[in-house]
Ligand binder design. Structure first.
Ligand code: ADP
Ligand code: MG
Length: 485
């Protein structure tokens, strides 16, 4: 049997069968013993009564006469009364009266061991099987005079009724047992099915999922182990499906993001290749050189955008790979902030934004210096890009408890509350064209969040429209001594 349900049911059936058969055998043996014992006790009593009845016919020194009418009469009448065959024996084991005479054993000498025992003074009983009459019980008791055996009484009782009773009981028990085994077998099959049924359904769902159909869910019944397994499977399926969905969306977003600059480059490259741009005004001297230059600059700009986008995508892919490796070094966030402020000074001036350091408290964190620098660059660049000319972007570093905090605050237009929960999602932008004009890829904050989380930290944003926006990064501070600089 190859199926689990079949094996379970079969094992169950075998166990029940063996148990029931063993119980039947034990009960029958015990029943037989009890019945036999009762018959033996009764037979001894009857034999003793018979001994009392025949005793008067045994006189000292003179054995009873063979088939003496008195003795024969007593033996016969008691045989009728007790339903057994009754024999009277003299001291040598010779039959002197047989209730079955005239045929009978009269005159024969009996040599059965129970006869020998009785003639030696002890009552004895024994079960024997006779081919003619089946099981019979022989009971022999001595006839005593002056405490010495002078003869014996022999009772032969049929055990047919015991045998028949036993057969009846056996029949009933076997029938009952068969019924019990049948019920147990059916129950076993049902129980086995209830275990393996869900497993079979689960297996089918797993197979379909393996073929790429992620919509698989299996109905959960009960609270047993299989139900727990089923629930875990359903959760896994849901998560896989969501992940699959996200991946699809991301791919669509990437394709969409790449399409725009590629389309722009094509729109400019094609007329240049044809040496003609119908929409461009001809130079006075007929030369297209200036137009070509303009187009080439525009194309270079688009190519740069593409490059940034691909670069950010690569970085995000690296950061999201389970095998991502961060270099581990002690980094002073205040030092890091000063470096970033210095490197972005020009950009700030170009954007007309006042980029300034707030309080920069030295605080060490353990992490990847270049990537932490990327975090700060992304946040400050956003400030420069979205706060607008004439505004201020301020960077603060502080240590609070066991935490290093990095704050980038601006007093720009702020972000409407409905956008805040999505801000760190890939490609999420409040104003796509504005982001694009400023050179944004929509991946900056997603990269920030990933880097911070890889360092065991968190990033949050507080923004009020019209008042400004503050991003706060929290990182676990290193335990080492704070470097004074
Ligand atoms: N300091 C800020 N002030 C206002 N809006 C911001 C600020 N920082 C980020 N944002 C909004 O969050 C969006 C996502 O930022 P980011 O992931 O860095 O993408 P990108 O800057 O490339 O557009 C931006 O497009 C912008 O709408
Ligand atoms: Mg950005």
């Amino acid at each position: 049997v190859r199926s689990l349900a079949g094996r379970l049911a079969l094992t169950h059936l075998l166990v029940v069968l063996i148990a029931v058969a063993a119980m039947d055998a034990l009960v029958l043996v015990a029943f037989e013993r009890l019945a036999l014992h009762q018959r033996q006790v009764a037979a001894f009593t009857e034999t003793n009564i018979a001994v009392n009845l025949v005793e008067p016919y045994y006189r000292p020194g003179c054995p009873p006469l063979e088939s003496s009418p008195g003795l024969l009469e007593v033996v016969r009448s008691y045989a009728t009364q007790s339903g057994s065959r009754v024999l009277a024996l003299d001291g040598s084991g010779r039959v002197v009266a047989d209730s079955m005479s005239p045929a009978g054993y009269t005159g024969r000498t009996l040599t059965h061991p129970e006869v020998a025992a009785a003639l030696a003074g002890r009552s004895a009983s024994r079960r024997r099987y006779l081919p003619t009459s089946g099981w019979v019980l022989y009971t022999v008791a001595p006839v005593l005079q002056d405490k010495r055996p002078v003869g014996a009484v022999f009772l032969a009782t049929s055990l047919a009724d015991v045998t028949q009773g036993l057969a009846g009981v056996a029949r009933t028990m076997v029938l009952g047992s068969l019924a019990a085994v049948l019920v147990a077998g059916l129950a076993g099959v049902a129980a086995a099915r209830s275990v393996t049924g869900p497993v079979v359904r689960l297996t089918r769902a797993v197979e379909r999922m393996g073929r790429g159909d992620l919509g698989q869910r299996v109905a959960v019944r009960g609270r047993d182990e299989v139900a727990t397994l089923t629930r875990a499977f359903n959760e896994m399926a849901t998560r896989l499906q969501e992940e699959d969905e996200r991946r699809r969306e991301f791919l669509a977003d990437v394709a969409h993001e790449l399409q725009t600059p590629v389309a722009a480059i094509r729109a400019m490259a094609e007329p240049m290749a044809a040496g003609d741009d119908p929409s461009a005004p001809r130079q006075a001297d007929g030369s297209d050189l200036e137009v070509y230059r303009e187009f080439a600059r525009e194309m270079a700009g688009q190519a740069e955008r593409l490059g940034r986008l691909v670069g950010d995508l690569l970085e995000l892919a690296r950061l999201e790979s389970p095998k991502v490796r961060l270099t581990c070094e002690e980094v002073d966030l205040a030092d890091l902030a000063r470096g970033v402020l210095e490197s972005l000074r020009r950009d700030a001036e170009a954007a007309g934004v006042d980029l300034r350091a707030g309080s920069l408290e030295p605080v060490l964190v353990v992490g990847d210096g270049l990537r932490l620098e990327q975090v700060l660059v992304n946040l400050v660049t956003n400030g420069l890009r979205y706060a607008g000319a004439g505004r201020t972007v301020r960077v603060d570093v502080s240590r609070e408890g066991g935490e290093a905090r990095l704050r980038v605050a601006d007093d720009g237009p702020g972000i409407a509350p409905e956008h805040l929960p999505h801000l760190f999602e890939r490609f999420y932008r409040v104003d796509r064209s504005r982001s694009r004009r400023g050179g944004g890829t929509g991946l900056g904050l997603a990269i920030v969040k990933r880097i911070v989380e890889l360092h065991g930290g968190s990033v949050s944003v507080v923004s009020r429209p019209g008042e400004g926006t503050t991003f706060e990064v929290r990182l676990p501070a290193a335990r080492g001594p704070v470097k004074m600089s």
